[in-house]
Design a protein around this ligand. Structure first.
Ligand SMILES: C[S@@+](CC[C@H](N)C(=O)[O-])C[C@H]1O[C@@H](n2cnc3c(N)ncnc32)[C@H](O)[C@@H]1O
Length: 234
């Protein structure tokens, strides 16, 4: 697979991982949710095609996609992307992603790994992609610190995430759902995370943002507030 940054300069290998020791993380193993996601993934990919294109607009060079699931973003990578390192910890989803990578329009290599300890070298990515993932990782602060580490200076994280509602009533419902059944039902997802603020805390500067409400049946309103955009690493 070719390797290198988006500016056409010296080829670069994304490498193998952080050099620092880190606390152990729980394994990501959600067999029922994974099968549901992989089964609906194709339909969802088509339903969300415009959003996935919006997410990936402007991506170029070496991209790392974190928590790629069954590879629902893969068909939408623009030609300016030279290679994608797609990281997925869940074994069933990773196998589905490997199949999806074979049909992708750009070279994609799928690797095992978690957001909190990415299997990439420092500064090796031009772009990082997270879609519906920062809601699910065990430690969002550590995951964002890893994005800072693997992105080159000036590199961008492209994000599409569902987030905590501005509206107090809905935010209370989200917090209740996160305390009770929601994470267990949804592969560890949390619906009350303020991901925009967490990205700013991690040192990212938002360069493009669209906040919107997804149209969903009433019981799923807890996951309707969404943001899609880009943020630059300092
Ligand atoms: C709702 S799915 C989203 C999948 C895909 N990104 C998409 O846009 O459809 C959440 C994904 O995050 C992954 N995930 C959960 N915990 C993770 C972690 N700690 N590190 C990386 N990925 C994780 C799950 O295995 C799953 O693939």
């Amino acid at each position: 697979m070719p390797v290198g940054p988006g500016d056409g300069s010296r080829p670069r290998d994304p490498g193998s991982g952080p050099s620092h020791p880190a606390a152990p993380l729980p394994p990501v193993h959600h067999p029922v949710f994974a099968r549901l996601l992989a089964w609906t993934g194709g339909a969802a990919a088509r339903g969300f095609a415009d959003l996935r294109r919006e997410l990936l607009a402007g991506a170029s060079g070496t991209a790392v996609e974190v928590g790629c699931g069954p590879g629902s973003n893969f068909p939408y990578y623009p030609a300016a992307v030279r290679q994608v390192v797609a990281v997925e910890p869940e074994p069933y989803l990773r196998r589905a992603a490997e199949r999806a990578a074979r049909a992708a329009p750009v070279p994609i290599g799928v690797r095992a790994g978690v957001a909190e300890a990415l299997p990439l070298a420092d500064g090796s990515a031009d772009v990082a992609v997270v879609s519906l993932v920062l809601c699910s990782v065990a430690d969002p602060g550590r995951a964002l610190a890893e994005l800072v580490r693997v992105l080159r200076p000036g590199g961008e994280v492209l994000f599409w995430e569902h987030v905590r509602a501005d509206e107090p009533g809905l935010a209370r419902r989200q917090a209740r759902a996160d305390r009770w059944l929601w994470p267990a039902l949804s592969g560890g997802c949390h619906c009350c995370r303020d991901t925009g603020a967490a990205m700013a805390d991690a040192g990212f500067t938002v360069t493009r943002l669209r906040a919107f409400r997804l149209s969903v049946p009433a019981p799923l309103a807890i996951i309707s507030p969404m943001i899609v955009g880009a943020a630059r690493r300092g």
